[in-house]
Design a protein around this ligand. Structure first.
Ligand SMILES: [Zn+2]
Length: 166
C-alpha cells in the first residue's frame, strides 16, 4: 500500500475528464487500497477521486462515517458512478485536498440516489443525503474535471482563505 501524491490547484491536469473503468482486476484492487489510504492520510479526508492522484479513471471513494450524527453508507467505493436522482438544494461549505488554501460555499442537491460498481464490478445503488450527498457530488465533479472553485456562486463572497488545513 502507498500514499499517493495529490495534484494541487492550479495544476491543469485536474481539468481532465476521466474514462470509465473496464477491467475489474488485481491492479484495480491495489489502486483502490492505495487511493483509500491516501484519502485517510489527508487532513479531513472524507472523500477522494482518482484524478486527484493523476489517474484519469472514473473512481471515487467517500467515507463520512467518522463525522458524528449524520446518516451515511460507510465506506463507498464508487466506480463508474452515476447520479440517478437529485432532490432539494442547499448551500454548504466545502474544502478539497487539491485546493488546500481555500474553502468555498457551493450549492448541492440535498438528497441523491447513485448507481456505481464496486471493486468486483457489481452494480450497487445508494441513497445519500446531507453531508454525504455533498461529499459524493464533490468527488464526482472531479471525474469531469471540475473543482468546487468552478461552482462558487460568487468568487468574491463565497471563497474563503484558510491558514491551516484541519
Ligand atoms: Zn476535491
Amino acid at each position: 500500500m502507498a500514499v499517493l501524491n495529490i495534484l494541487k490547484y492550479p495544476d491543469e491536469t485536474l481539468k481532465q475528464c476521466s474514462q470509465p473503468v473496464e477491467d475489474f482486476n488485481d491492479e484495480l484492487a491495489t489502486f483502490l487500497s492505495d487511493l483509500e489510504q491516501t484519502m485517510r492520510a489527508g487532513p479531513g479526508g472524507v472523500g477522494i477521486a482518482a484524478p486527484q492522484v493523476n489517474v484519469f479513471q472514473r473512481i471515487a471513494i467517500v467515507d463520512v462515517s467518522a463525522k458524528p450524527k449524520i446518516k451515511h453508507n460507510g465506506c463507498m467505493i464508487l466506480i463508474n458512478p452515476e447520479i440517478k436522482t437529485w432532490k432539494g438544494m442547499k448551500v454548504g461549505r466545502e474544502g478539497c485536498m487539491s485546493v488546500p488554501d481555500y474553502t468555498g460555499n457551493v450549492i448541492r442537491a440535498e438528497k441523491i440516489t447513485i448507481q456505481a460498481a464496486n471493486a468486483l464490478g457489481e452494480s450497487i445503488n445508494y441513497e445519500c443525503e446531507g453531508y454525504e450527498a455533498r461529499a459524493v457530488q464533490h468527488e464526482l465533479d472531479h471525474l469531469d474535471g471540475l473543482l468546487f472553485l468552478d461552482r462558487l456562486v460568487s468568487r468574491r463572497s463565497d471563497l474563503f482563505k484558510r491558514k491551516v488545513y484541519k
